[in-house]
Design a protein around this ligand. Structure first.
Ligand SMILES: *Cc1c(COP(=O)(O)O)cnc(C)c1O
Ligand SMILES: [Zn+2]
Length: 379
């Protein structure tokens, strides 16, 4: 079942497969992104779930790797609360994760795989929540961790990475220069690139967002999932979770995915509006939602296809709307980082149909996926 020895990574563009222990992070032939094959996820039965501890490892048969003792920090099974003044909307509180963001769902899968493959060093290249999360789980696993960040990364974030024991490489120049330095390092033999963007194990971790929701709503899903989108790790994970539940006959249709971008950096919303299959070439104008300011998402084609397959849409919100949504959430006791207010901004702007359902289930669920405690104080 969840035995990594039978699995492989398959190029989404040309179909070439790579064994997991080749440590490929993209296709060796065409540089396409890799997906996981050779694995049949099975959602556990309700009777089995009733006897299991809270946390994402309760879905063991649906995950590509077994619970790594000594590495897990109890991640998963975050609360679902009713949104302030919106009875038809649920908010899933993913900022209550060990490192304060939903990235722990994916990072724990990568750390478990790295431990299983016996790697002694891994690397990551994000200065945001993904880098923090990978560094924390690498520390748990006792695996050395190198993190590549732009030189402009705040001292606080560098200090946090170092506190976890990571070696921080500060790269001069642009965000793209950092990406190039990371890609060069990732191509060295024997390096495990624990990339939230490229490694498909990460998406099999983030899919637990939907598996939990399905269980919390007693075997159903809301009509609409509102999700932030930059690199698409939550959108693609959520889509994967929904598709797996549909395949197993556990839901009868996919919920609509409404993905939210910041208007200052919206390659996916632009492509969606133009009916194109690939992210648009854009120039970033900067945004307060820095966690989703991704100009060229590597899995952009997959994100656009996933949202379209659900009958969904990709919308944008302005910085002004994000500021207002952030303040409104805090006034109701929910303190998130500004990026995590984009979904609430879209709901407040009536970009999402929130009409309550007759059966009392939330019509719409959005995540609050990054803690305010780690973000810069508002200007
Ligand atoms: C990573 C992150 C996002 C965006 O996720 P993508 O995978 O880039 O789409 C949104 N909000 C928070 C708090 C994040 O950490
Ligand atoms: Zn390929």
């Amino acid at each position: 079942m969840n035995n990594p020895e039978t699995m492989a990574l398959r190029c989404a563009a040309c179909g070439r497969t790579h064994a997991l222990d080749e440590l490929a992070w993209r296709c060796a032939d065409c540089h396409g992104v890799l997906d996981l094959t050779g694995f049949t996820p099975v959602m556990p039965k309700a009777a089995d779930l009733a006897t299991r501890r809270p946390g994402l490892w309760r879905y063991a048969e649906a995950l590509p790797i077994a619970e790594p003792p000594g590495i897990t920090m109890g991640e998963g099974m975050t609360p679902l609360v009713t949104a302030p003044g919106q009875p038809g909307v649920g908010l899933k509180i993913d900022y209550l994760m060990p490192t304060g963001s939903f990235k722990d769902r994916g990072a724990v899968m990568l750390a478990a795989l790295a431990a299983r493959l016996g790697v002694t060093r891994l690397m990551a290249d994000s200065s945001g929540n993904a880098g923090t999360s990978v560094a924390a789980y690498a520390a748990r696993a006792g695996i050395a961790c190198d993190v590549y960040v732009p030189e402009s990364t705040s001292a606080g974030k560098v200090a946090q990475l170092r506190a976890y024991g990571a070696t921080v490489h500060q790269i001069p120049g642009t965000r793209e220069d950092t990406a190039h330095a990371a890609a060069r390092a990732a191509d060295e033999p024997g390096v495990f690139y624990a990339s939230h963007v490229y490694h498909p194990f990460f998406l099999h971790g983030t899919k637990t967002y939907v598996l939990e929701l399905w269980e919390q709503l007693e075997g159903r899903l809301p009509d609409t999932l509102v999700l932030p989108v930059g690199n698409g790790t939550l959108v693609l994970g959520a889509y994967l979770g929904c598709a797996e539940l549909l395949d197993q006959g556990l839901i009868d249709r996919l919920p609509r995915i409404v993905a939210v971008q910041a208007s200052g950096c919206a390659p996916l919303a632009t492509a969606f509006a133009d009916g194109r299959p690939e992210p648009a070439d854009i120039t970033t104008h900067g945004t307060v939602a820095e966690g989703i300011a991704i100009a060229a998402p590597a899995r952009g084609r997959q994100i656009l296809a996933a949202v379209r397959a659900t009958g969904g849409i990709i919308v944008t919100v302005t910085d002004e709307q994000v500021h207002a949504a952030h303040a409104a959430l805090a006034r109701s006791g929910l303190y998130v980082e500004p990026t995590s207010a984009v979904c609430w901004a879209a709901i407040r702007a009536d970009l999402v149909d929130t009409t309550p359902r007759p059966d009392g289930l939330p019509a719409v669920v959005a995540p609050l996926c990054g803690s305010g405690l780690k973000s810069k104080p508002p200007a």
